[in-house]
Design a protein around this ligand. Structure first.
Ligand SMILES: Nc1nc2c(c(=O)[nH]1)N[C@H]1C(S)=C(S)[C@@H](COP(=O)(O)O)O[C@H]1N2
Ligand SMILES: [Mo]
Length: 411
């Protein structure tokens, strides 16, 4: 345990007076502090860049819980490394994880039996698979909606595509036995609700059976060939590509095979739901008119160059980026340098596997010195294309897949 962690542990288990001594002043309204609460004066001493090993261009949106976003130019690697991978926590991360004691329990109305596996059991019993899977927070792009939606004000950086290794969820479910009436699989993790209430999960979402049974839906123990970092769900997490990343439960301890749509915290309306029918910006929407988000929409990011790039006259501008389309495949990416008046094709690579993002690139000739914008838009195999402007406003600010743009100057 490093010094900071042990100090934090000490504080969590300490009396108000002891914490006051640590801060150097009595906490006047201390009796109102929620159980387990870490005062800002203490919390601020945690440097997330150091603690989580983050790239200096990462942006902290919230420190309780930690929500940290990446940026377009940080997402240029074909496989996102941990230091550039966004962090989205709903609660307080578990501490002092003892991997040898970690278990995963499968239960639920539609499980033929309840069964518990150790990490060793999972690794020994089932075949290992590695997939590159794009995880995008449902709220990525929320900051642009107007009227604004409450929640983390993600710009474009709540997306990543790492290489995940684990066992297929379907192999585990089949080993346990799934009853015919199974509808959903819900997850539970070891993180704590912000209130400190141990009986209230921070988040417990799930996926329909067809998604749980897909080959690429895995219970992972490695990210990019190493143990999963604590921030991303060490030692075990669900990885469900194509769906909002909120379905990919971190610090996984339990899966429940349900005979109805899972009803854990943040599964019910209005969380991770959008109006079933389009609404006017700002309109109130009743819970029963909100539908669960499944596949994420088609989207792309120009990851090189970084916006604001300078180019010498006569040189070609080489751009590249990534495109993804939830359950679907990206079939085309186009770019425009004249504010969308004309569009040209980018070179587009096939995905490494289903639910991985796809690389695109183009070499662009720019006719004169001056200011340009490069716009990119992707199309999926259903013929759906990214909109140029904000897509349908919704109360929680999900699914903004408007096209990405960068500025370039030729000198
Ligand atoms: N146990 C648990 N799982 C979780 C969360 C969480 O707060 N707790 N956040 C979810 C959400 S909303 C997202 S977008 C992704 C973020 O994964 P990351 O932090 O590895 O990027 O994890 C999901 N899984
Ligand atoms: Mo999310």
């Amino acid at each position: 345990m490093d010094k900071k962690t042990s100090r934090r542990k000490f504080l969590q288990n300490s009396s108000l007076a002891a914490i006051g001594t640590f801060i150097g002043a009595p906490i006047v309204y201390g009796k109102n502090m929620p159980n387990g609460y870490i005062p800002v004066a203490v919390a601020e001493e945690i440097d997330p860049f150091q603690q989580f090993g983050l790239h200096p261009d990462m942006k902290v949106l919230n420190d309780r819980p930690w929500n940290i976003e990446s940026a377009a130019h940080l997402l240029d690697d074909p496989i996102t490394p941990a230091d550039k991978f966004f962090i989205r926590n709903n609660g307080i991360m578990p501490e002092d994880i003892d991997v040898s004691q970690w278990t995963l329990t499968i239960d639920g109305e539609s499980a033929s039996q309840s069964k518990t596996y150790t990490l060793r059991d999972l690794k020994d019993k089932f075949r290992h698979h590695t997939y590159q899977l794009a995880l995008e927070c449902g709220g990525n792009g929320r900051s642009e909606f107007n009227p604004p939606a409450k929640g983390n004000q993600w710009s474009v950086g709540a997306i990543a595509c790492a290489q995940w290794t684990g066992v297929r969820l379907k192999d585990i479910l089949n080993d346990v036995g799934v009853k015919n009436d199974a509808v959903y699989v819900g997850f539970y993790g070891a993180d704590k609700h912000l209130s400190g209430n141990p009986n209230k999960p921070a988040i417990s979402r799930g996926v329909p059976m067809w998604k749980a049974m897909q080959d690429e839906t895995i219970v992972a123990f490695q990210m990019n060939g190493k143990d999963i970092p604590l921030t991303h769900g060490h030692p075990l997490r669900l990885v469900v590509g194509g769906f909002p990343a909120s379905a990919s439960g971190k610090w996984l301890t339990r899966l429940s095979i349900r005979n109805k749509v899972h009803d854990g915290p943040k599964m019910e309306a209005p969380s991770y739901r959008v109006p079933c029918k389009p609404v006017a910006p700002g309109e109130k929407v009743a819970d029963e008119d909100m539908c669960i988000i499944e596949s994420m929409p088609v989207k792309s990011l120009i990851t090189y160059p970084k916006t604001g790039a300078m180019l010498s006259k006569g040189k070609k501008l080489s751009i590249r980026g990534h495109a993804w389309a939830g359950e679907n495949k990206v079939t085309e990416v186009q770019y425009s340098v004249d504010f969308g008046s004309t569009w040209k094709q980018c070179k587009l690579e096939a995905p490494v596997n289903r639910h991985s993002w796809q690389r695109f690139s183009a070499d662009i000739s720019l006719p004169a010195t001056g200011y340009y914008e490069v716009w990119a838009r992707a199309k999926d195999d259903q013929g759906r294309m990214q909109p140029m402007v904000l897509p349908g406003w919704n109360p929680k600010g999900y699914l903004n897949n408007a096209c990405h743009r960068i500025a370039v100057k030729v000198k």
